[in-house]
Design a protein around this ligand. Sequence first.
Ligand SMILES: C[S@@+](CC[C@H](N)C(=O)[O-])C[C@H]1O[C@@H](n2cnc3c(N)ncnc32)[C@H](O)[C@@H]1O
Length: 269
Amino acid sequence: MSEPKKPHYELIIGDIMDLLPKYKEKFHLMIADPPFGLEFDKSSHEYGASDYILYDDKFTADEYEIFSYKWISRCFDALTPDGSLYVISGWTRIGEILNAVKKTNFTLLNHIIWHFSWGVFTKKKYVTSHYHILFLVKDKKNYKFYPQYSNPNTKRKGEKYENDVWYWPKYNRGNDPDRIKGHPCQLPIVMLEKIIKISSDPCDWVGDIFSGSGGTILACRRLGRNVIGFEINKEYESIIKKKARFNSEIFPFLPKEKSNDAKSLTQFL
Ligand SMILES: C[S@@+](CC[C@H](N)C(=O)[O-])C[C@H]1O[C@@H](n2cnc3c(N)ncnc32)[C@H](O)[C@@H]1O
C-alpha cells in the first residue's frame, strides 16, 4: 500500500495583492488578521514590547477601506465555491472593514466577539478586551460548519452548538506555549484551531493572508490541513518558520486528537 500523502505547508513572502490572484478557487478556508491601520508604537501598544519587530501600519480611514475591499475581494476569488473567510479585527477599524464587506459578494453569517483577559489597563476609559471576528461565506446555501461544543444547558444530549462570544478563561498571552519573541500581535493557537476545525475538513486547503508569526501554519500542521501562509515582511520569515516548526515533523499524517502535540487545544478550556 502506498504511503498517505503528507499535508502541505508553505510560507510565501510577498504582497497578497499581487499573490492572491494566482490562487483561483484554491482555499476552502481563509483567515485574515489584517494590519490594524494605526501606526504601531512600542510605547503605547504594550508594556515590555521592546522585543518586537514592528511593521509599517499607517492608513487613513479611506485608505483602509479601499485596502480592505481589495484584499477581501481577492479572498472571494481565491475561495472554493463552499469556502469561508474569517476576518479578525480590533474595534478601531471594524467600521471600514464592514463597509468593504458590503461591497463584495460575501454573506456575513456571524459577527463573533472574542473576549480576552489582558489589555492596557486604562483608568479613565473602559479597558479594551475584545476583538471582532467576522464569519463570511461565499455561498450561504453551501458551506462547511462542524460545531465542536456540547452545550451543557441544552436538553438535547449529543448535539453541538457554537456561540458567537468566545472566551478561554485560562488563556492569557503569558501562558501561551506557542507564543514566540519578535511579533507584536499573535493570535492564540486555541482560537485558530477552533476556526479550522469548525470550517474545514482534514486535507482541505487553508490560506492565512496575513501570517504574522505563523500561528495558522502551526495549527494546520497539527490538524492535518494543507496550508499556505502569506507574509509581506521578510523579517518575520525566521519567526514564522520557528513557530510553525518548519524543521520538524509534527505528524506523519493526520493528527490524532489525543496526541500530545494537540494539547494546546484543550488546556485552556
Ligand atoms: C495583525 S498581523 C497578523 C498576526 C497573526 N495573525 C499572528 O497571529 O501572528 C498582520 C500581518 O500582516 C502583514 N501584512 C501587512 N500587509 C500585508 C500584505 N499586503 N501582504 C501580506 N502580508 C501583509 C504584516 O506584516 C503583519 O505581520
